[in-house]
Design a protein around this ligand. Structure first.
Ligand code: NDP
Length: 476
């Protein structure tokens, strides 16, 4: 008996030593040689990937601690909060629009000196120091420390028809797409806070909303449930799962649902499917280089935000699958910022070393916003199209459309890049509705490209900067 206990104890001890050793090895797997930075350019002491509450809170601390900080904002500056309506649980603020909250955070860290760039990081190399980050428009950044704050992405169901009708009646963004469902019937899949919040966003438009929940109960908070119950046109279909999306080739016409208890199938005739079935951590970029758990969340160790590679930290939903609250992400971001600053001190990085080594920081040019012409009337638009001898790229957007607002900085950057070769125009569809009708804009964001007064191409899509560049090149 005692022998068995002793053997079990020994095995546990050996495993613990191996686990600690593995982590120790991973934590020390990059060799840090300061002289390797000699005369290097495109250097960033703190590179933050992601610009939600985690990334911006990290930037707040690292800039205040005196470190040159660059935030790579990706496709969605401000992160998921910009797609929610009201946030009521941000300490000390009361009720505030998510987009407004993130706008204030962006403005504050910019004021403190953080550099926010609309580039997306498409590849990273964390196997050597300085770490190398590759941007989508071909720049290589040498990062002395990295904070992963890439958040999470809405989960998709993976059922027949979902991909085919993506953007043609299937969506995850109620705030972006709700206005296109005026007088229509829609379903929302999921029973969490996101699903119920989507119902509040779609309710001003749709005539019928069915929330399809696979269990017999919701996960959502009671207060949100009370708010949704009070909306006249919302009903719940519990114990049902959606197994296929149907359509006529151009748009969704219905879904197949199954009663999970009886396995009985039936068809719901609807015009739109909103997915709200949770989120997946956005860790693909580093999944092969950092230790992640089985759900894909980056592992952090102890009470710190340190990952398995020394000098690399993670914060927010990319590492947290327990709390998933904006306030917690901000707190983790603060910890990651402090951790990164401590790491830089430990390795002996300071302004003095920058001067001694002749290091140049990565400092992208500021975008000149005047590169994009704002249109205020249909007449102004018609004249511009008619007289231009260059391609005219038109971005139809609206203030209430988060995807449109996210793309504007990238659109402005692309406009600057092609200044002289093409004309870039933005039209606020709410201010100039006549143009929306004239050019049959079915949904936004929408890009139209004109050449010699003729409509050359139409894009209904959320485009990255690289995709926009590609779009413009094709028109030139
Ligand atoms: P949740 O994980 O809370 O809920 C997901 C829902 O989708 C559950 O009902 C789940 O069902 C269902 N689901 C998951 N996978 C499938 C599937 N394949 N098919 C059908 N149904 C599925 O995610 P949320 O995005 O709603 O919320 C995430 C976090 O964000 C939560 O902590 C939430 O509180 C927070 N949040 C807060 C908001 C606010 O404060 N205003 C707004 C939005 C989110 P099941 O229960 O069976 O797993």
């Amino acid at each position: 008996m005692y022998k068995k206990i002793a053997i079990a104890g020994l095995i546990i001890l050996v495993m613990a030593v191996m686990a600690t050793g593995f982590w120790y090895y991973r934590q020390h797997s990059v060799s840090i040689v300061m002289d390797s930075l000699s005369s290097a350019d495109n250097v960033v002491p703190v590179a933050i990937i992601g610009s939600g509450p985690a990334g911006l809170s990290a930037a707040l601390y690292t800039t205040r601690l005196g470190y040159h900080t660059v935030v790579f904002e990706g496709h969605k500056p401000g992160g998921q909060l910009t797609e929610t309506t009201y946030v009521e649980n941000w300490p000390g603020v009361g009720k505030v629009l998510g987009a407004e909250l993130m706008k204030r955070q962006r403005a504050y860290v910019t004021h403190l000196g953080a550099v926010l760039v609309s580039d997306t990081i498409v590849k990273v190399d964390l196997t050597r120091w300085p770490f190398v980050l590759y941007t989508d428009d071909g720049k290589n950044i040498l990062a002395l420390s990295v904070i992963m704050a890439t958040g999470s992405a809405p989960r998709i169901k993976g059922i027949p028809g979902e991909q085919q009708y993506w953007g043609k009646g299937v969506t995850t963004c109620a705030l972006c797409d709700a206005p296109f469902y005026k007088g229509k019937r829609v379903i929302i899949i999921g029973g969490g806070d996101t699903a119920l919040e989507q119902a509040t966003q779609i309710a001003p438009y749709a005539k019928q909303i069915t929330i399809v929940v696979r269990k017999d109960r919701l996960r959502a908070s009671a207060s949100l449930y009370e708010r949704v119950k009070a909306l006249g046109q919302v009903s719940f279909l519990f114990n049902h799962d959606v197994v296929a999306v149907n359509g006529d080739g151009a748009w969704v016409t219905g879904v197949d649902v199954v009663d999970v208890r009886t396995k009985q199938k039936r068809v719901l005739t609807i015009d739109g499917v909103f997915l709200a079935i949770g989120h997946e951590p956005r860790s693909d970029l580093v999944a092969q280089q950092l230790v992640c758990d089985s759900a894909g969340n980056i592992k952090v160790y102890g009470r710190s935000q340190a990952t398995s590679v020394r000098g690399v930290f993670a914060a927010g939903e990319v590492e947290d699958n327990v709390y998933r609250q904006a306030g917690v992400a901000a707190g983790d971001g603060i910890k990651a910022g402090i951790d990164a600053a401590r790491f830089l001190t430990e390795i002996g990085w300071a302004d003095k070393r920058q001067r001694e080594l002749g290091v140049q920081f990565f400092a992208p040019k500021r975008v000149v916003e005047t590169a994009v012409i704002s249109i205020h009337s249909a007449q102004e638009f018609d004249q511009l199209i008619a007289k231009s001898d260059k391609p005219v790229v038109v971005d139809f957007y609206a203030q209430h459309c988060p995807s449109c607002m996210h793309m504007l900085p990238a659109f402005e950057a692309v406009a600057q890049q092609f200044a002289g070769d093409a004309i870039f125009v933005k039209v606020d569809t709410m201010r100039v509705p006549a143009l929306e009708a004239q050019w049959k804009i079915e949904r936004i964001p929408c890009f139209l490209i004109f050449k010699y007064g003729q409509l050359l191409a139409r894009y209904y899509a959320i485009l990255s900067k690289v995709q926009m560049i590609d779009m413009v090149r094709r028109a030139l």
